[in-house]
Design a protein around this ligand. Structure first.
Ligand SMILES: [Mn+2]
Length: 339
């Protein structure tokens, strides 16, 4: 079915529903939240009774979007005429599939709007476009189809999703279309400065300290691999949580003449996690990560193995009278995996 037919089905469901619940995915990001907030304001304007739900707390950095504090965590889905799940790569990504048995069985219709290849079409209407840069890019098109207004609030929310998923227009999914849509949203009053400042330019001290450790530990080996490590002790000493590490591997994937970048870190459950990134087209990181039981994409992959990180330092004595013959005897340190 083409996109327009799906939009028509979704619009029909929305039009006949009085009480609508918008659902964001767990560990919410700018795309799922921007999607919910844009729908929330459009439906309010249509005179509907709208609620928003997310299993996890909404991070403070999204407070620039009006009504973002109205997200609820618990609900009775039977209270609603329609549920719209935004940006969830699969039904389990909401984490409500276990909490509320039968939630997606169709007693209450579900619109599933998303752009992940992993989407399992769990909705009554499934609007899934794996080529869309963000879910909010799809909602932008839906707004046009449905004739909803772009206000400064809805435009800012939609921009938030585009910014989030294109890494502020730096990832490969940045196309002439994403820039064109962003321009149009700005022209409708979308506040780019609010989005970039809160999403990309607001970092707590604990995160900066942790990232400092990542930078300090960064080394490039003979094979042209840039590698850094973060241990449980680093998290403790910086007062940082695991999720504060997110984004730093992309940040360090910038060393000239390297083949790829690896960031290893210990988690709170006794695992070592590895994240790989490359800027090269001829490197397949999915294959490298699969050697550790992981997976992902060609340019970004990862793995998780039970174990901990141990530093190996090898020392050699350099006799003072014989320096020239022992040129290569600098203390050498390597990072190894031990389980
Ligand atoms: Mn997304």
């Amino acid at each position: 079915m083409d996109m327009e037919a799906k939009f028509r089905q979704a619009k029909t469901l929305i039009d006949k529903s009085e009480k609508i619940l918008l659902i964001a995915h767990r560990k919410p990001d700018g795309d799922t939240l921007g999607a919910c907030i844009s729908f929330y304001h459009a439906f309010k304007k249509e005179g509907k009774d709208v609620s928003m739900a997310c299993i996890d707390e909404i991070p403070d950095r999204y407070n620039y979007m009006p009504d973002v504090r109205k997200f609820i965590h618990e609900f009775d889905f039977h209270d609603y005429d329609l549920m719209i799940v935004c940006d969830a790569g699969a039904s389990y990504m909401t984490n409500y599939h276990e909490k509320y048995e039968g939630i997606f069985d169709g007693d209450v219709p579900v619109i599933n709007i998303d752009h992940h290849a992993s989407n399992d079409d769990f909705g009554t209407v499934n609007i899934v476009d794996i080529h869309a840069a963000s879910t909010t890019m799809m909602i932008f098109k839906f707004f046009k189809f449905a004739g909803y207004d772009f206000t400064p609030v809805t435009a800012t929310a939609l921009l938030t999703g585009i910014y989030n998923d294109t890494g502020s227009f730096m990832h490969q999914n940045t196309t002439p279309e994403t820039l064109k849509v962003a321009g149009e949203l700005m022209a409708c009053g979308g506040r780019v400065v609010d989005v970039s400042r809160n999403l990309f330019k607001t970092t707590p001290v604990s995160t900066l300290k942790l990232w400092g450790r990542v930078l300090e530990n960064l080394k490039v080996n003979k094979e042209g691999v840039a590698m850094s490590v973060i241990t449980k002790k680093d998290f403790d000493e910086c007062g940082a949580e695991i999720d504060e590490l997110s984004g730093v591997v992309d940040f360090i994937n910038c060393v000239p003449k390297t083949n790829y970048t690896v960031l290893l870190h210990e988690d709170e459950n006794g695992n070592v996690k590895g994240s790989f990134r490359t800027r090269k087209d001829d490197i397949d990181l999915e294959e490298i990560a699969s050697k550790f039981g992981g997976g992902g994409h060609k340019k970004a992959a990862g793995f998780s193995v039970p174990g901990k990180l141990e530093k190996e330092v090898r020392w050699k004595i350099v006799p003072a009278h014989d320096k020239r013959q022992h040129r290569a005897v600098k203390p050498r340190s390597d990072v190894g995996l031990s389980q």
